[in-house]
Design a protein. Structure first.
Length: 306
């Protein structure tokens, strides 16, 4: 194990300060892992790191991290073990030879709800406590509170509360429930909505691509419109909760379906493929047909669930 070079020269006061900070082990030094590591180091947390490619740890060693020669050695160093690897298979491989008994395992590796639930059981069988995390941030947002990033956490609330302060050092924390799969589910739900927004924006820019319209002039109009429409998610949530999709509806589904030909014809005339919008339009038409001509606004969600 490569020792922390800062630790050797620390003054008694500095050592006392470090002793009050929860030590952290971090497995995985990709872009996100490195950003997390630097945030904990900057806050004075003793940090042990491991990465499959040792060269990536060199810079962090110079900044004060202790570099372990193996994942098992890194796990043995501290109770709190944070994993930020490529996928579930990478986690299996990294922890194959580690003794997890008594460890608090926080898995920030992107995965599915089912994988998170399986990992929680896997950890329990090995004597470890487990939290799953879904990171709602990019590396540049880590360590920058005003950037607005955060991590969803799910699993043991007691474990989350125990490490809330330490986990909140790099980025904000949002606890979403005892079910280990809920963090991953929230993560994918929000990212799915994001990709839907990206799809709509891509179609919008494609429509003006061949025209004498500066994309930079459309961008602020598009951003403001999306911001104005964003609160509609609250209305949808209320309609789903109350079972009444007419509540607060300003634009009926029937009226929206009637406007579909305009969108498709405009796309055709502009030489733009409708492939990003067509699936949603198809769902709108199905929902209207099944609702017998009613509002049917939330019916599309139920059609997706079937």
């Amino acid at each position: 194990m490569t020792r922390n070079p800062v630790e050797k020269s620390a003054t008694p006061v500095e050592k006392a300060t470090l002793a009050k900070k929860t030590p952290v082990t971090l497995l995985g030094l990709g872009a996100m892992g490195t950003a997390l590591a630097r945030a904990w180091l900057a806050a004075g947390h003793p940090l042990t790191v491991w990465n499959r490619t040792p060269a990536r740890a060199a810079a962090l060693a110079a900044e004060g991290a202790t570099v372990a020669d193996s994942a098992a050695e890194a796990v043995a160093a501290n109770t709190l073990v944070v994993v930020c690897l490529l996928d579930a298979a990478s986690v299996d491989e990294a922890l194959a030879g580690a003794d997890l008994a008594g460890r608090d395992l926080v898995d920030l590796t992107t995965g599915t709800p089912a994988q998170a639930r399986a990992r929680a059981e896997w950890a329990r069988e090995r004597g470890a406590r487990h939290l799953d995390g879904g990171i709602m941030a990019v590396p540049s947002m880590i360590g920058v509170p005003e950037a607005g990033g955060y991590v969803f956490y799910s699993g043991s609330r007691e474990l989350f509360e125990r490490h809330r302060e330490t986990l909140g050092v790099p980025v904000g924390t949002t606890y979403v429930g005892e079910d280990p799969g809920f963090a991953a589910l929230h993560d994918v739900a929000l990212l799915s909505a994001m990709y839907g927004m990206f799809a709509g924006a891509a179609h919008a820019f494609a429509l003006i691509r061949k025209e004498d319209i500066d994309p930079a002039s459309l961008a602020p109009l598009l951003a403001d419109w999306l911001v104005a429409m964003a609160p509609s998610v609250h209305l949808t949530a209320d309609q789903l909760r109350n079972g009444d999709d007419t509540e607060g509806a300003d634009s009926s589904l029937a009226m929206q379906v009637a406007g579909i030909p305009t969108f498709l014809t405009t796309a055709e005339q502009q030489g733009v493929s409708p492939e990003l919008l067509s699936p949603y339009f198809t769902l709108m038409r199905r929902s209207l047909a099944e609702s017998g001509g009613g509002e049917g606004g939330t019916g599309m969600i139920d059609l997706l669930v079937r």
